[in-house]
Ligand binder design. Structure first.
Ligand code: SF4
Length: 83
């Protein structure tokens, strides 16, 4: 059938990821889960609101000297509050 994407009815959602080191994009058709989509959207809004408010949200550790954070390349940015 012209104009159709194979498998689109079984997997109508598009998952997109970007490799932040190379800017390479990955696209993948996935099943649509409305509850999951809403939860992830709500989570994104919460993160943006907290960022705008200068609030640090709970993370994998409670302090930046946690061993994983000490070796994490994002540690400085992760634990820094906006000036
Ligand atoms: S510094 Fe790295 S490992 Fe630690 S909470 Fe942030 S992102 Fe996670």
């Amino acid at each position: 059938m012209e104009g159709t994407v194979p498998g689109i009815s079984a997997a109508p959602a598009l998952f997109t990821a970007i490799n932040k080191d190379t800017a390479e994009l990955h696209h993948e058709q996935v099943a649509f889960d409305a509850d999951l989509a809403q939860r992830m959207s709500d989570r994104g809004v919460r993160i943006l609101q907290a960022t705008d408010a200068g609030e640090l949200l709970p993370r994998a550790a409670t302090t930046p000297d946690f061993f994983e954070c000490r070796f994490c390349p994002w540690s400085e940015r992760c634990w820094r509050l906006p000036a």
